[in-house]
Design a protein around this ligand. Sequence first.
Ligand SMILES: [Fe+2]
Length: 290
Amino acid sequence: MNILHLSDLHFGTRHWDGNNQILLDKINSYPADLVINTGDSTTDGLESEFQDAGAFLKGITCENIISIIGNHDKRNMRTNEYYKKYIDHDEVILPSRPKLTTKKDLYLKPDISKTKNYFTDHNYIKLITVDNMTLLVVCIDSNVLYQDEGFVEEEILRNISEQIGRIKYDKSMMLIHHSILVGDVTPLLNPLTLTTFIREHKIEDVFCGHTHLFDLRKSTDLCFNSSFTQYMVGSLSSRNRVADYNMFLYLQGWGTSALQIHLIKIFLDDDVMSFAEELIYEENHCCLTV
Ligand SMILES: [Fe+2]
């Protein structure tokens, strides 16, 4: 299976000045079976930004595109409505015991909000089949309304676990906006909750974004003899600090012993866009360069 990993499109005021069609042509030049978008498709969660992000994502020719929500997408009470309208229509997993939830602003107050949807989280699971391999994709909402730090609601994880227990699949992966293994100034506040969930479900790969930086690392739990790999990709199309470039990842042969990971760097110099591709990892080879 070939996978493209994109993140942090940041449509809106933080979106870059590059040509989106040239970027789309580059993305579409890879024979991807699955495209992953790990959140912050917008800058301020505005409807116009969701509309632009949705139009961009529809320009990707791959038939399997899976997006999750980021902290920038969750900056107003209508985020969930806009997200469902323009980005993803999958059924959201609700906690069956709402009174036991602890996540801040998980529910909006009906008397002060005019939204159609009072639940603010967007967690779901998806099954896709490629080359006779059935892949379970667990999509986690690590974002809190109006907040940049991440937090994952345990009651929702419990319900996701119940659903996972009823289905059959060959491999699994998790998509989450915040990094589980790498901290930054606005980190995930309860990462241990996730590592337990990952271990229980034997999830081998986690894909995230948020920091606008690239990082690839494996975590091994010596007590439980389990491990997972985290792919953290930088932004696809944002205005970063001067020295930072945009990027995306191409995982060729994911799920096989022939896995190759390519980092595609995107440069914008006086409105001229250029790309540089580096092979940064090969399964069964230990020599990596970035
Ligand atoms: Fe973010």
